[in-house]
Design a protein around this ligand. Structure first.
Ligand SMILES: Cc1cc2nc3c(=O)[nH]c(=O)nc-3n(C[C@H](O)[C@H](O)[C@H](O)COP(=O)(O)OP(=O)(O)OC[C@H]3O[C@@H](n4cnc5c(N)ncnc54)[C@H](O)[C@@H]3O)c2cc1C
Length: 442
């Protein structure tokens, strides 16, 4: 009997695990991938920026895995809502948690609960048509936006806010978001980092892009740039040198006719979000580095703004029935082994770091653990899961159903946009059921 494995979550970690299981167990496995949304691929669809379509193409390699005879996709099935983890542990030999880290890490400063403070998880979800955030309706009626963070997510947010509609034409940003951004009077976007340009986590491709925008110029204070990168591994040195060179170029760039600005401000830490019920500004403290850590120097200043977007990292939440390390906000595991027959991969195992491909080794390691832990399968797996979901009246979206949703999205797009995403679960389920695209207004 094949080993039955249920993977919870269809993001990169879930799909890399399925791929590794099929390879490692050489056909002697039945893999069921459960996904709470009708649509697969996690943050590839809902995190990677809508104007970075080349990155999104990695999902094509997962398609091959989804079409393997050993693999079945169960979209629109949420563990904890439609089926409990404990039930999956009874029906399947092994269960792999690949649920990611979908929530924002809080800033932990006063004023964070004001209207107009929107974490990057929600904001990115909104401009990527994630059904949980499609109704966010952020108020963009402001000239100044403060983005807190010095990683690629912060850069993505800033770029999407300042690109023109023409620059976004070949993206899959939903119309509601593009309309709101195009109407907004935004002129200045600040990117604040607690540490310096060397410590910033931007990758160079993303950073350079900020110097090639139609209507927006980058602003960098040359005085904040060090003369040299300092001691570090050869690889890091090369990467940091590139970023420094790009920032130096920005510091001398003439803005020309461009009417918007993205300001890179290093060595500043937010201390309070100002205003009444709504955000009216941000108070920041200047910092300096001590042993690699940013410490406040006691000098503060304020920036008036109507929107604050913290992009300081993501966090997972506990999965009922799995031990959780609250301090690090990850499922407790030994190299992916959580408990007998229970495993974890991706962001829920390691925390929210790394790129898509960083999740691949997790899948390979857990597939090897499962091979070592089970000689053969002993539990019914798929048939028992299907019976359970049928009894509960869950409308399972299979992979062929998802392809219908995808086709409807592609057919609904106006060139050169690759797709016009559906963002209501009901619309997705309707296409999955009938093949006909009926879409709610966007
Ligand atoms: C804004 C943003 C932009 C990024 N851009 C890039 C980029 O350009 N290039 C790059 O290489 N990397 C990028 N990354 C990183 C990359 O997306 C992650 O490394 C990767 O997605 C993490 O994979 P994961 O499978 O652990 O989590 P996720 O991708 O989050 O997948 C988790 C999946 O589990 C599902 N799920 C959650 N709970 C349940 C449940 N209870 N039952 C069933 N299903 C559930 C979710 O719906 C989701 O589909 C970006 C990350 C973010 C946040």
């Amino acid at each position: 009997m094949p080993i039955s494995v249920a993977i919870v979550g269809s993001g990169p970690a879930g799909f890399y695990t399925a791929e590794a299981l099929v390879k490692t167990l050489d056909g002697d496995v039945a893999v069921d991938i459960l996904e709470r949304l009708p649509t697969p691929f996690g943050l590839i669809r809902a995190g990677v920026a809508p104007d970075h379509q080349t990155t999104k193409k990695v999902a094509r390699s997962f398609e091959k895995t989804a079409h393997r005879p050993e693999v079945r996709y169960f979209g629109n099935v949420e563990v904890g809502r439609d089926v409990a983890l404990a039930e999956l542990q009874r029906t399947h030999d092994a269960v792999v948690l690949a649920v990611g880290a979908p929530f924002d890490r809080p800033l932990g400063i006063p004023g964070e609960d004001k209207v107009g403070v929107i974490g990057s998880a929600a904001f990115v979800g909104w401009y990527n048509a994630h059904p949980d955030f499609a109704d966010l309706d952020p108020d963009l009626n402001t000239e100044t936006v403060c983005v807190i963070g010095n990683g690629n997510v912060a850069i993505d947010v800033a770029r999407v806010l300042v690109k023109t509609a023409a620059e976004m034409a070949d993206s899959d940003i939903p119309e509601y978001a593009q309309r709101a951004i195009a109407r907004a009077p935004i002129k200045d976007v600040y990117l604040f980092g607690r540490r310096g340009p060397i410590e910033a986590k931007f990758t160079n491709v993303e950073l350079r892009e900020m110097g090639r925008l139609d209507e927006c110029a980058p602003v960098v204070d040359a005085a904040q740039l060090p003369d040299a990168v300092g001691e570090m591994s050869e690889r890091d040195h090369r990467l940091k040198e590139k970023n420094l060179a790009t920032l130096r170029e920005f510091a001398t760039q003439d803005a020309g006719e461009r009417r918007k600005r993205v300001h890179f401000r290093f060595f500043v830490s937010p201390v309070e979000i100002l205003g009444g019920q709504r955000v009216e500004g941000l108070r920041l403290e200047k910092t300096r580095l001590e042993g690699g850590r940013a410490v406040g120097v006691g000098e503060t200043f304020e920036v008036a703004c109507g929107l604050v977007i913290p992009a300081v990292g993501y966090r997972s939440v506990a999965v009922e029935g799995a031990p959780f390390d609250e301090a690090n906000a990850i499922v407790r595991s030994e190299e992916g082994r959580v408990a007998p027959g229970l495993y974890a991969v991706g962001w829920i195992r390691r925390g929210p770091t790394g790129v898509i491909a960083t999740n691949r080794p997790d899948g390979v390691a857990v597939a090897q653990c499962i091979r070592d832990d089970f000689g053969a399968g002993a539990k019914p797996g798929r048939v028992a899961l299907e019976r359970l979901l049928e009894e509960r009246g869950v409308q399972v979206v299979g992979y062929a159903d998802w392809k219908r949703i995808e086709q409807a999205e592609e057919a609904g797009a106006a060139a050169p946009a690759p797709r016009r995403k559906l963002f209501r679960i009901a619309d997705m389920l309707n296409v999955a059921r009938t093949g006909e695209a009926r879409r709610s207004a966007d």
